[in-house]
Design a protein around this ligand. Structure first.
Ligand code: KIV
Ligand code: ZN
Length: 540
């Protein structure tokens, strides 16, 4: 057995005092990344086995203290990815999530066992509404589960985290009894989540101060925050919890997560770095990795990052207005509180065009934070040359869109678009003729539709009939100008499963077809993993 993290220190308790009394050891805040668990629970954001390994490898390299790799009881796929991430981990503690049931905990213990530093994270709801309606258990029964589940987890590992689900809506006295019982049974980290994103900063800070003052054995555990963003307060609440003495922050890349998401890791890390004067803490995160991590997670989940997203949004460091640009030219600090390069945004140095070769393209990819295997690189390079033939200026955003499209469609391609012709215009009905490769075979179909996009999607459905319902269709221009690439996101939904696909091309209809087929491939994978015998899709 391995103790995943150092034994709890009095760090958390000191922290409720004034900032000046906090010792330097006490200032360190652990970053617990749950992109692969809570983030992946976000509808439509699921990742393949390979993608999860890729994300975990980057998080490990980036300095994440604890990676929550998944929920092993949820599916065989989850179990296998947690186990493989545990095997490959180098620096980070690898945690798996489990409910309070023994079979969950044992499955989780088995999955994290290969890690150098394994952790079991077990949880149960403690709020009146969850206990009554979700668990249908009396408080004393829940309390008993707390002790038993933590003790069971301690049979597997020394590093056990216990969470009070819906902690911020839990009655204070009962919360304290549960926390005390969990620590007594051997929990070394205590998490009080704001599961429904309901709390506010001052309230959350007070909660940590009071729980730690009230629970007699509180000094034997590290306290943790876990905030959802339903009211847009997840990051503020997390930092407030730290001011109240928590020394672990649970968060996700890009703030991915259930509903409005979790607290965004990049925002927390950069807030602590930039405002060290009022947030006197440190983290182990290497901030130069933040943009790369954001792009990777955005690409593998197909969840676009909003343009004005703090730290990693496309516009986070863009200065449009004349006054701002003038100030920036005189001194960047007039309008910039962080340097773009601090978070891994590289200044554009290499202009790409149709004369750029493989070497320059590889350099550019590495500047943009992409590392592709040989086959993916060859395909991306071919597409880049093709784009450079059609488009005079190839901007970084064009290359990013192209590579993200390549990443998001690779590896799970049951079907792909080979050729598309669309007849559109005022005359109607619009008509699309598509050729697709399905399991190595070329199939051509045509369809009329109410507009060219409708005709294209109908033609794809004629090749591959499926039950997927179109839940989202979104087009963005990657850059300016009429020759800009279109980046299209498509979300399909069938039988409670959701899959998102992305496509990029200078032709909006080709990008739409690629996005639709990518979503369809992902949906098929998802349906197959939940029902190996059947499948939502078939080639006609
Ligand atoms: O939001 C939540 O309460 C959770 C727990 C499982 C920690 O994700
Ligand atoms: Zn959560």
């Amino acid at each position: 057995m391995t103790a995943g993290t150092p034994a709890a220190t009095s760090a958390g308790n000191d922290a409720a005092n004034t900032n000046s009394s906090v010792s330097s050891e006490a200032e360190h805040v652990r970053i617990f990344d749950t992109t692969l668990r809570d983030g992946e629970q976000s509808p439509g954001a699921s990742m393949t086995f390979e993608e999860k390994l890729q994300v975990a490898e980057l998080l490990d390299e980036m300095g994440v203290d604890i990676i929550e790799a998944g929920f092993p009881i949820a599916s065989n796929g989850d179990f296998e990815s947690v186990q493989e991430i545990a095997r490959r981990s180098k620096n980070s503690v690898i945690a798996g999530l489990s409910r309070a049931a023994f079979k969950d905990i044992d499955r989780c213990g088995e999955a994290v066992k290969p890690a150098g530093q394994p952790r079991i994270h077990t949880f149960i709801s403690t709020s009146p509404i969850h206990m009554k309606f979700k668990l249908q258990l009396e408080p004393d029964e829940v309390l008993q589960h707390v002790s038993e589940s933590v003790a069971r987890a301690r049979n597997w590992v020394d590093d056990v985290e216990w969470s009070a689900e819906d902690g911020t809506r839990t009655e204070f006295e009962f919360l304290c009894r549960c926390v005390e019982a969990a620590i007594k049974a051997g929990a070394t980290t205590i998490n009080i989540p704001d599961t429904v994103g309901y709390t506010t900063p001052l309230e959350y800070r007070e909660l940590f101060i009071k729980v730690r003052e009230t629970v007699p054995n509180a000094d034997k555990a590290v306290f943790s925050v876990h905030c959802h963003n339903d009211l847009g307060l997840a990051v503020a609440n997390s930092l407030a919890g730290v001011a109240g003495g928590a020394r672990q922050i649970e968060c996700t890349i890009n703030g991915l997560g259930e509903r409005a998401g979790n607290a965004a890791l990049e925002e927390i890390v950069m807030a602590i770095r930039t405002r060290h004067d009022v947030l006197p803490y440190t983290t182990s995160i290497k901030p130069q990795f933040l943009m790369r991590a954001s792009k990777l997670v955005g690409a593998v989940t197909n969840f676009p990052v909003q343009y004005n997203k703090a730290i990693v949004g496309k516009n986070a460091f863009a200065h449009e207005s004349g006054i701002h640009q003038d100030g920036m030219l005189k001194n960047a600090e007039t309008y910039e509180i962080m340097k773009p390069e601090d978070v891994g945004v590289k200044a554009t140095s290499l202009v790409m065009g149709k004369h750029s070769g493989r070497h320059a393209f590889r350099e550019k990819l590495s500047d943009l934070g992409f590392e592709l295997g040989d086959n993916a690189f060859a395909d991306a390079f071919r597409r880049f040359k093709d784009l450079a033939d059609r488009k005079k200026n190839v901007y970084d955003e064009d290359i990013e869109a192209l590579v993200e499209d390549e990443i998001s469609t690779r590896g799970d391609e049951m079907a792909k678009v080979i050729a598309l012709t669309v007849i559109a215009g005022t005359g109607g009905p619009q008509k699309a003729i598509i050729t697709m490769e399905v399991d190595g075979q070329h199939i051509t179909k045509e369809a009329n539709g109410d507009g060219p996009v409708d005709a294209t999607f109908k033609a794809i459905r004629a090749v591959m009939p499926h039950e997927g319902h179109l839940a989202l269709y979104q087009v963005n221009a990657v850059t300016e100008g009429t020759d800009a690439q279109a980046e299209v996101s498509v979300r399909l939904e069938a039988g409670g499963r959701i899959a998102t696909g992305k496509g990029a091309d200078t032709d909006t209809l080709v990008a739409s077809a690629r996005a639709y087929v990518s979503a369809m491939n992902r949906l098929a994978l998802r349906m197959k993993s939940s029902n190996p015998a059947g499948g939502a899709l078939k080639a006609s």
